[in-house]
Design a binder for this molecule. Structure first.
Ligand SMILES: [Zn+2]
Length: 72
C-alpha cells in the first residue's frame, strides 16, 4: 500500500514540474516566434512581382504604403 502512495506522489510532482516548465517554454518560444516571424510587407499593387519587405514602409515604385502579408 505504501508503495502506491509513493508512486502516486512522485507522479504528481513529475506532472506538476513538467507542466510548469513546459508551459513556460511554450509561452516564451511562441512569443519569440511571433516577434521574429512577424509579417512581411508587400506593395498592395504588387509592383515588384511579389517582392516583400521586412519592415513597413512605402513601395518605391508607386509610393503606396506596403501592406502586411502573412507567410505560412
Ligand atoms: Zn507599388
Amino acid at each position: 500500500m505504501r508503495k502506491g502512495i509513493y508512486i502516486l506522489s512522485f507522479a504528481c510532482l513529475f506532472t506538476i514540474g513538467a507542466l510548469s516548465t513546459g508551459c513556460g517554454d511554450c509561452k516564451n518560444s511562441t512569443e519569440q516566434l511571433d516577434g521574429d516571424e512577424s509579417a512581411t510587407y508587400q506593395c498592395p499593387m504588387d509592383c515588384e512581382n511579389g517582392k516583400t519587405y521586412e519592415e513597413a514602409g512605402a513601395c518605391p515604385v508607386c509610393k503606396m504604403d506596403l501592406a502586411e502579408v502573412e507567410n505560412s
